[in-house]
Design a protein around this ligand. Structure first.
Ligand code: ADP
Length: 635
């Protein structure tokens, strides 16, 4: 038990972000306020799941020996109160303080960040973020939570009006679990009406596997000759995933997705099936439409819940889904797994491995089918492509399948392309799949490194996700065609036949060749250590210069990424300056010398850096040189 336990009531302040969130919720005029009930019933159901699991190893927690879990609602229109009770795991003092006041959920700050300042608009965001317990303050001006944790003697009461502080005190005679009493605001008294509660529970909570029971009002007296009013179960009270598909409506699937997946959008895909045979299990899985804000947080929790025979086991099993499918949410239930082994043992259970593999196979099969509709598939790819691509280097076994499901931006247009499409339209003499990496699509499209490829009509993949730097080298080849970076690949452009009517390269005379090689010598001398080398380019057509990575070295984009992450290895990458010998500026450069030449050499290098997306290392020197060259030019 808590060391800070105290019998006297104590007033505590909400954590700053929680207080801010509550301020918005309290003043909310959100039209969909009824979702508070979904949130509270969802919490009650989770809490019963937790106790059922804990009691597998510690049956005494159930106290009465029975495990009849249920959620009760009771409403009193006269006092304008609505009570939601569960006989789940409950909370002790420290848990009440932490869960309902002092620890902000990661979604809280995300919600606060999304606020635009326009009150009406902001309030409508609430539903999307699922503010959980706190949504009670949309309808109540005072909330009390009576709770006793399973196995504890002492009960507690938490209470608050949602305005800055909450109180916590001991409470006697409290049943196991939690009882939440909402003192409804005047304008929310409809939520004490039985017909309204019936309607809300059927709409939002029908899928809850426990009975949600509406108790008769305390003062409800039977009319003479009538039977006494009976408690009324409002939902179907059976696990949704065990029902047959034909009995489940799209809305029921969606509400279940909201409950189990904590998602607040429409599911992009729903996969519900029962596997029979060697391993038996049922899976009800969803792919969200929107990218969750925490997709890339390292401590992100899993969102697939494992049940064994309808008993919730865990949503924290490492590897229940491969990491590259971590956006999938839902439930897996199997009767072929042992009920009372530890989570650690379960993780390495061979049956679980078979289930995992079956699920991944089904998901990939569905994705393949959905990829036939490019517009729909693009929605998925935009949200989850960057995560899915992790599979290209993590899941060797399924790599070919995953590569075929991947989509890319390319120079061929605004749409996404697959490698299969790319390969089908490669030019005569083209033996590689070309790509360019960077962090910004528009900058990539304008990169001078592409000029030679565009001139020949050779398609280039535009890769803008950090992950691209990692999977490309690990995949290496598609359909016997190597993946090659344009930044290193200039040399083999010569073998590719360009579009018809393309101008033949002009013959370069011996004198011109000598002048170019003199210029290269002068540039190397002027630039010194700032570059690894200076070379004539055959990839440039419109720009005078560009920067490329040394052949076989780290790409410039990867080097920048590493530098951003404080990796010093990224700083040492050596760059090659390529010059376009046919460009007027380069030709002019052959005729100048002295300070003007040095200034121009550095300006060209800085220009190449800027186009590449790098910072100019010495902005003051850049400005001085630019002014000097401009002053000479402006005559
Ligand atoms: P979420 O349910 O998304 O975690 P909530 O704000 O709804 O967020 O609840 C915060 C936490 O409070 C829950 O994670 C749970 O630990 C605890 N909690 C809420 N309601 C109950 C309840 N009825 N019984 C036990 N614990 C609860």
């Amino acid at each position: 038990m808590s060391t800070t336990e105290d019998t006297a009531a104590q007033n505590l302040s909400f954590q700053a972000e929680v207080a801010k969130l509550l301020d918005i919720v309290v003043h909310s005029l959100y039209s969909n306020r009824e979702i508070f009930l979904r949130e509270l019933i969802s919490n009650a159901s989770d809490s019963c799941d937790k106790l059922r699991y804990a009691a597998l190893t510690q049956p005494s927690l159930l106290e009465d020996g029975g495990g009849a879990f249920a959620i009760h609602l009771s409403a009193d229109a006269k006092t304008k109160t609505l009570t939601i009770s569960d006989n789940g795991i409950g909370m002790n003092r420290d848990e009440l303080v932490a869960n309902l006041g002092t620890i902000a959920k990661s979604g809280t700050s995300e919600f606060l960040k999304s606020l635009s300042g326009d009150a009406a608009k902001d309030v409508n965001q609430i539903g999307q973020f699922g503010v959980g317990f706190y949504s009670a303050f949309m309808v109540a001006d005072k909330v009390e939570v009576f709770s006793r944790k399973a196995g504890d003697q002492q009960g507690w009461v938490w209470s608050s009006d949602g305005r800055g502080t909450f109180a916590i005190a001991t409470a006697e005679g409290i049943g196991r679990g939690a009882r939440i009493v909402l003192h409804l605001k005047d304008e929310a008294k409809e939520f004490a009406e039985p017909h309204r509660l019936r309607e809300i529970v059927r709409t939002y909570s029908d899928h809850i596997a426990l009975p949600v029971i509406l108790d008769p009002a305390a003062d409800a007296k039977p009319k003479e000759g009538d039977e006494a009013p009976q408690p009324e179960t409002l939902n179907s009270a059976s696990a949704l995933w065990m029902r047959s598909k034909s009995e489940i409506t799209a809305d029921q699937y969606k509400e279940f997705y909201h409950h189990v997946g904590h998602g607040f959008d429409e599911p992009w895909h729903t996969l519900h099936y029962r596997a029979e045979g060697a391993v038996e299990y049922t899976a009800l899985l969803f792919i969200p439409t929107q990218k969750p804000f925490d997709l890339f947080h390292p401590d992100r929790k899993g969102h697939v819940k494992l049940y064994v025979n309808r008993v919730f086991i865990s949503d924290q099993l490492e590897g229940l889904m491969p990491r590259y499918l971590r956006f999938v949410r839902g439930v897996i239930d199997s009767s072929d797994l042992p009920l009372n082994v530890s989570r650690e043992l379960l993780q390495s259970n061979p049956t679980l491995k078979k289930i995992q593999s079956g699920i991944v196979q089904r998901l990939l099969k569905d994705l393949k089918k959905r990829a036939e509709n490019a517009a729909e598939y693009n929605v998925f790819w935009k949200s989850f492509g960057p995560v899915f691509k992790e599979g290209l280097y993590e899941d060797h076994e399924r790599r070919d399948e995953l590569v075929d499901l991947a989509r890319f931006q390319s120079t061929a247009g605004d749409g996404l392309v697959s490698l299969k499409e790319y390969a089908s339209r490669m030019k005569d003499g083209q033996d590689a799949i070309y790509y360019i990496t960077g962090d910004n699509l528009n900058a990539l499209k304008a990169s001078p490194q592409l000029e030679g490829f565009l001139a020949k009509g050779v398609e280039v993949l535009l890769l803008t996700d950090p992950i691209d730097e990692f999977w490309v080298p690990s995949v290496g080849v598609y359909d016997k065609k190597p993946l090659r970076s344009v930044a290193e690949a200039g040399a083999d452009l010569g073998g590719i036949k360009g579009a018809d009517g393309e101008k033949k390269d002009e013959e370069v005379g011996a004198a011109a060749e000598q002048a170019t090689s003199d210029l290269i010598g002068k540039l190397k001398a002027a630039l010194g250590d700032a570059v690894a080398d200076v070379k004539v380019s055959n990839r440039l057509t419109g720009s005078p210069v560009c920067l490329v990575a040394e052949s076989g070295g780290m790409s410039l984009h990867l080097a920048r990424l590493m530098k951003q992450h404080g990796e010093t290895a990224g700083m040492a990458v050596r760059k090659v300056l390529e010059i376009n010998a046919k460009h007027d500026l380069i030709k002019r450069l052959m005729t100048v010398s002295g300070d003007t030449f040095d200034d121009a050499a550095f300006l060209l290098l800085d220009q190449a850096r800027i186009v590449e997306g790098e910072a100019v290392p010495d902005p003051a020197a850049f400005a001085r040189r630019l002014s000097s060259v401009m002053a000479k030019g402006l005559v």
